[in-house]
Structures are given as structure tokens and as C-alpha cells.
Design a protein around this ligand. Structure first.
Ligand SMILES: [Fe+2]
Length: 250
């Protein structure tokens, strides 16, 4: 989230990867450009900081310049259930540190968001396509509603390695490995300023809500934390553990 989140990532991610023996790292980057959207330059910085793949969400199109990058890079995905005519794709495959291919899928929920089609219409085909490439499949479900994210995790249990929720910026306390071997959490949390309203300067967010008037948002600065999850899996792509990360980085 904004510069504070990016700075925390650039300071800490490489060290954390080493310390936690992380083989592959997926970062949701839709709020990296001043709080909304992403640019090619910032995407490259996330990758240089230690991300192997970047997922996005409802703010994908905020920065026009990302469009050609979505077409040309194999390291970035946007929700697969955007209109088929829009640039980019919702599935990519990246190599882990030991060369194991890892499929990264991005879909978006419908409640209070506006995907072109329901994620339920295409997620099975997408997962089949991912599994044809590799047994290790990570799904970022970008959604407002906990119900949609929990339901998708259940639906995909046993077919993917992990279903990780994003978008609400507040880490949930439900990290678990489901009976079929799919790890899940409803929201991985936010790498960014937590002394805020989900990353935005509190006073600005509250003013917009109280008055209903347009207010230009700015990312906040205080209480920076690096949040996410670490998932362990076996060679068949079955998750064996999921551990939430919540690291003070201010
Ligand atoms: Fe979002």
C-alpha cells in the first residue's frame, strides 16, 4: 500500500525470503502506486525486491501505462474474470527457486465489485489449465465479502495449493489447511501503514464517509507492517501448513 508499503517490502522482503526459506513469493500490487493502481516501473521494483509474481484487483486500470505491461510480462496477472477484451491474463506460471513451476491465478469476487463475469463461471477451467502445467497452484481471490472467499476456498479444496484472499487489507484469523490439502486465509492483510483506514489517511477517509463529498485520498504513513502468509506444500502441491506473517516494519 503506497510508498510506505513499498519501502517496507524493499527493506525486508529479501531478508525474509532467506530467513523463512521461501521458494516463491506472490505479491498483490494493486495499491502500490500512491495507494491505487500500479505502473510498469513499480511492478519492476516489486519484482526486484523479491516478488516472483504480482496479482492485481479492482484498481488494475487506474494507471493507463500498466496496460502494455500486462500484455508483455509473464510475471503479472489481473483478475481472470475481467472482460476478455481487456489487456493481460488471469493465469501465469513462474519458476520457484528450485525450478518447480508455480501457477498463479487471480480472480475477483462480485459483492461490491464489478467483474465482467462471475469468477464461478471460469474458475474451474482456469484451475484445470493451471494443473495441466503444474500441481502447485496459488489462487489470489480479490474480494470484499468473506463469504465469497471462504466459499471459493472450500470449492477448490483438494484442487489447488492455496486460496489467499486480498482486497480488504485486514488480516483475518482463519488461516487453515482444509481437509483436501488446500491452505486458505480470508485476507492476507496489508503491507503498509496500519495507523490509517485500510491504508488511507484516517482523516480523509472519515471525511469522505461523513460528508459523502469527493475527497482525494493519500496513503497514511504510520504503523507500517509487512503482512502476508507463508504456505508449505509437498511435491504434489498439497499444502501442509500455513502461517500468517505480521511484522512491524515502521
Ligand atoms: Fe482491491
Amino acid at each position: 500500500m503506497g510508498r510506505p508499503g513499498r519501502d517496507a517490502l524493499e527493506d525486508r522482503l529479501a531478508g525474509l525470503r532467506e530467513e523463512l526459506e521461501v521458494d516463491v513469493c506472490v505479491v498483490n500490487g494493486e495499491n502500490v502506486a500512491d495507494g491505487v493502481g500500479i505502473t510498469p516501473k513499480l511492478a519492476e521494483r516489486l519484482l526486484a525486491a523479491g516478488a516472483d509474481a504480482i496479482t492485481l484487483g479492482n484498481h488494475t486500470w487506474r494507471r493507463q501505462e500498466i496496460r502494455p505491461y500486462l500484455e508483455s510480462s509473464d510475471r503479472i496477472v489481473r483478475p481472470a474474470n475481467f472482460a476478455a477484451t481487456t489487456p493481460g491474463k488471469g493465469l501465469t506460471v513462474v519458476p520457484a527457486a528450485d525450478g518447480t513451476p508455480v501457477a498463479v491465478v487471480n480472480v475477483m469476487g462480485s459483492l461490491s465489485l464489478q467483474p465482467a463475469t462471475s469468477m464461478w463461471e471460469l474458475v474451474d477451467d482456469l484451475v484445470d489449465e493451471a494443473r495441466a502445467a503444474t500441481p502447485v497452484v496459488v489462487v489470489d481471490v480479490h474480494a470484499e465479502a468473506t463469504s465469497e472467499k471462504v466459499a471459493l476456498a472450500r470449492w477448490l479444496d483438494g484442487r489447488v495449493t492455496a486460496v489467499i484472499g486480498t482486497h480488504t487489507h485486514v488480516q483475518t484469523s482463519d488461516a487453515r489447511v482444509q481437509p483436501g490439502g488446500t491452505a486458505a486465509i480470508t485476507d492476507a492483510g496489508m503491507t503498509g501503514p496500519h495507523d490509517s483506514v485500510i491504508g488511507v489517511e484516517a482523516e480523509l477517509a472519515i471525511r469522505r464517509m461523513r460528508t459523502g463529498m469527493p475527497v482525494r485520498f493519500r496513503p497514511a504513513e504510520g504503523g507500517v507492517r509487512l503482512e502476508g502468509v507463508v504456505v508449505d506444500c509437498d511435491a504434489d502441491g498439497r499444502a501442509t501448513a500455513i502461517e500468517p506473517l505480521r511484522i512491524d516494519a515502521s
